[in-house]
Design a protein. Structure first.
Length: 270
């Protein structure tokens, strides 16, 4: 069943008619990475301590939850290349990916939920649960009741970075998502030494390129300011670009492009 599910996720992304840049054969999103974690993994209890007591457990989102299915949707090379030359605001291709690539990601959440349901397995996409909430003032800054990146970490798909991004074998430039199901699947074995293992800065202090890539100084050797980042991503950038690009959201992604971890784990390259 694991192989069948992975194949269905990859098929959906490869054939989705909306996964194409305008007037181009290039996709927004490339072939997914897929991982599984046990809904009973103690790491989800840990997240209540690390993120906050508001972070939901899988069984709170779905009674009799057995597995959390997580995926990474790598942003395509052509989109990444368009953003590498930007220094203040994101490229049009990146903005389109933020809006329409995420629409594809949302369609995938709904599709996998329905696909599992048709096979007799209860499922829910946490992002669309009525229990999902966002909190603006927590000890870790802006946070929500379910973190897609933390679900991906539980599934062994990567580790975190200085910029708070998530570095996978396909890099840090991606969208991610998850679905919880009552179907029991074989969980991945996490092999990273720590939750920061893939980041060169935390590995040996040799990197900090994302610091200089951020146009608003939201990243420093001390970490990532969610407030400064959010003001750019949801305020300044869309105010300046939404009408010109024709997208309600633009994202930014400068710290995810023209950096050593853009499309790979930099330690592996070494």
């Amino acid at each position: 069943m694991e192989e069948l599910l992975c194949s269905e996720i990859k098929r959906f992304i490869a054939t989705h008619p909306g996964n194409r840049l305008p007037d181009s054969d290039d996709p927004y999103l490339e072939e997914p990475l897929v991982g599984f974690s046990s809904a009973g993994d103690p790491i989800f209890q840990d997240y209540r301590r690390i993120i906050g007591p508001f972070h939901l457990l899988p069984e709170e989102l779905l009674p009799h939850a057995a597995t959390v299915i997580s995926w990474i949707l790598p942003i395509s090379r052509s989109v990444r290349e368009s953003n590498r030359s930007q220094t203040e605001l994101p490229s049009r291709e990146w903005a389109l990916t933020r809006t329409y690539g995420e629409t594809v990601n949302g369609d995938l959440r709904r599709h996998i939920t329905a696909w599992l349901g048709e096979k007799g397995h209860a499922a829910v996409a946490p992002q669309y649960s009525p229990l999902w909430k966002e909190f603006g003032d927590t000890p870790v800054g802006i946070a929500s009741s379910w973190s897609e990146r933390h679900a991906a970490y539980a599934a062994g798909l990567g580790t975190f970075s200085l910029s708070d991004g998530f570095i996978t074998p396909r890099g840090i430039a991606h969208r991610c998502g998850s679905v919880i199901t009552a179907l029991a699947l074989t969980p991945a074995v996490r092999t990273s030494a720590s939750h920061l293992s893939n980041c060169l800065h935390y590995h040996d202090g040799s990197c900090g390129v994302c610091i200089s890539r951020c146009p608003v100084g939201a990243i420093s050797r001390d970490g990532h300011s969610k407030d400064k980042c959010r003001e750019l991503v949801y305020g300044t950038a869309p105010a300046a670009l939404s009408e010109r690009y024709g997208t309600p959201q633009t994202g930014c992604g400068l710290c995810q492009t023209r950096v050593p971890c853009e499309a790979q784990v930099p330690l592996h390259k070494r």
